[in-house]
Structure formats: C-alpha cells, structure tokens
Design a protein around this ligand. Sequence first.
Ligand code: DGI
Ligand code: FE
Ligand code: FE
Ligand code: FE
Length: 187
Amino acid sequence: QARRAELAQRVKPKRFEHSLGVSEMAGRMARIYGADEGLARLAGLLHDWDKGYDDEGIRRRVAELGLAEQLASYMDMPHLLHGPTAAAALKRDFPQLPDALLRSIRLHTTGAVHMTDLDMIVYTADAIEPSRDYPGIEALRQLVGVVDLQELYLSTFQHVLENLVQRRKRIHPDTVTVWNSYVACDK
Ligand code: DGI
Ligand code: FE
Ligand code: FE
Ligand code: FE
C-alpha cells in the first residue's frame, strides 16, 4: 500500500515497527470487540504519521495546517501535537480517508471525553502493542477480551496518567478533564 511505504519514509525504523504493531493489535481488538477490522488496522498504521518531526518542526506544522488557534494550549507540550496534525494532514493529502479514522488518530495521545469504539481501540493498541515495554504492561495486555472496551481503555488511561505523575510530568488540563469525565464524583 502506498501509505505504508510513505510512512516508512516519514518515521524512523523503530517507529515504523511500532506502527505495524499498533495496526496488528488494533485489528485484533476490533475483531474481539466487534469494530471494523480494516479501519482499525489502517488507523493503527497511520496514527503516528507526524511523529518524525522535532519540537520546532511540529510547531511549524501546526501553523502550516492552520491549527495554531485550536491547539494553542498544547504548543508548550509539543509531544501532544502529532495526533492532531496527523489527522489534519492526512485529511488534506488523502481526502478519501474516513472521518472516524482521522478522529481516532487525532485523539490517540490525549484521549477525549467521548471516545468511540475505534478511538478506544487505537488509544489502547498504541499503549500495549508487542514492542512496547513498561512496568505493568503485561497486566493491561491480559485484560484484552476479558473486560469490556471501555474498562480496558480506562485502565490504560489510568496507567498512562499514573506514569506521568510518577515521572513528575506536567498534566495537561484536558487530561484532567478526560479523567474526571470517566470517574464518579462521589468524594
Ligand atoms: O506517539 P507514541 O509514543 O506512540 O505515544 P502517544 O502518542 O500516546 O504519546 C506520547 C506520550 O504523551 C505518552 O507517553 C503519554 C504522553 N501524554 C499524554 N497526555 C499527557 C502526556 N504527557 C504529558 N506531559 N501530559 C499529558 O497530559
Ligand atoms: Fe503517538
Ligand atoms: Fe497513545
Ligand atoms: Fe504510537
């Protein structure tokens, strides 16, 4: 496929491997959870389309794509920009790609308040594909097909969030909003 060959030019070999892993895992999850397998595989393949840019490069891309206003609060956290820029650039360059796929790519790093099944599949597959390795990942992998998709996504989101706090990283306000939307306000 043309897009696969182009991706191999756009990102480093390890990132390309990761993308193939996410594609596989997303396809498997789609089969398990009753989503469109082909769409999940393609979304997984293309999700890190813009991961090859450095911080300045990705900021320039935001401007070039006309996203500066929309993404203003993310400009000082440039590693959170590659999903939104990829979605916009892919729409521009491959207008036939479905909106549902572009949306899952846009949301794959931060998650969102209302995630579709495809969004949750891409987000989760990105975190647990075979070449990823971090403490606790095996426990997450073992939840695939055991718990429902929403629970799998929430467990993954929780893991990412805990990891950020543990490493004393900044939490984007939208990340807090997403977290709060999934947990009850009982205390
Ligand atoms: O592109 P990948 O490396 O495959 O993974 P990704 O797109 O999910 O995102 C890269 C990182 O972004 C991931 O380690 C988690 C991080 N992230 C998500 N939300 C926040 C965040 N980092 C910070 N500092 N703050 C956030 O709110
Ligand atoms: Fe990413
Ligand atoms: Fe992710
Ligand atoms: Fe990724």
